[in-house]
Design a binder for this molecule. Sequence first.
Ligand code: FAD
Length: 316
Amino acid sequence: MKVTDHIAQAKGTLISFEVLPPLKGKGIEALYKHLDPLMEFNPSFINVTYHRSEHVFKKRADGTFEKVVTRKRPGTESICGAIMNKYNVDTVPHLICGGFSVNETEDALINLRYLGIDNVLVLRGDAAKNESAFEPEPGGHKYASDLLKQVVNLNAGIYLEDELKGTHKTDFCIGVAGYPEKHFEAPNMESDLKYLKQKIDAGADYIITQMFFDNAKYYAFVKACREAGINVPIIPGLKPVTSKKQLTVLPKTFHIDLPADLSNEILKCKTDEEVEKVGEHWLLEQSRDLKKSGVPVLHYYTLGKPHVFVNVVRDL
Ligand code: FAD
């Protein structure tokens, strides 16, 4: 079922989770162990992230280095199928521009359709580790809006090979990313919102936000979106702080602020177990407030530590 249908049929705020595919070389069992305790909350859908391939240098026996391409977390499409099959829950694979040609994207979309997946979250992806700025794959898309147009075309039965006749129309519900604190490359919020609106006008059905720790930023973002004529559901993305290290890692990686009240509380903690308790309490308060304000879905980024989400969602 589509994310937008879940929202349309809901009587209150829904719950959803995001997970990562296992690292190459690991089985899927650890992912199931992570998801098992979360399933008591009947999530409406589960997102599975996409990880582009990277160049790494492998040392040869003679001491020289060889540049090899590797994908550390492969298998997003099949993991979505496996989760659907095991838990009977809808899944949302992330699709990215980075590292993909348009033909590979089309094949991925065809595979998703065969698996019975109704949703995709369309993203650009970040620069590869060896790039200083995002570089599209030769023959690939530059912006999420370009990838979005390919999905919209496929939904209209338009494939890359235009000689195909009587084609099957896919029917993907399409999500896109939004940034309450602005995407880090955008010169200002106005510009970022202009391109976000372009994605909605091109056919995106809803927005999921980057994580934020201050609900006022989410509310201001929703207001600015509505004023800009963006009227689709805006799903807040949420994550707890669970270690002291994250005080610097989260702002650096995701280009977001941590409120002073939260960072001061974390600085007082002597262990990461104490930090986890502070982070859990903050997430619960954020979730309560967002739920009270009537958000359509609370979407949790659950990398590691499923028990934190179990405690928060139970207390909600
Ligand atoms: P875009 O919408 O293409 O925007 C990128 C930048 O370009 C913005 O600054 C925008 O303002 C600007 N822009 C957009 N269109 C134009 C245009 N036509 N002309 C000029 N400028 C333009 N990354 C992964 O690799 N895998 C994942 O699974 C993943 N999941 C994510 C899930 C969520 C909910 C979020 C919020 C992010 C996720 N990301 C993921 C990270 C995401 O790929 C990065 O934030 C990336 O840098 C931007 O992606 P986007 O889809 O927002 O890009």
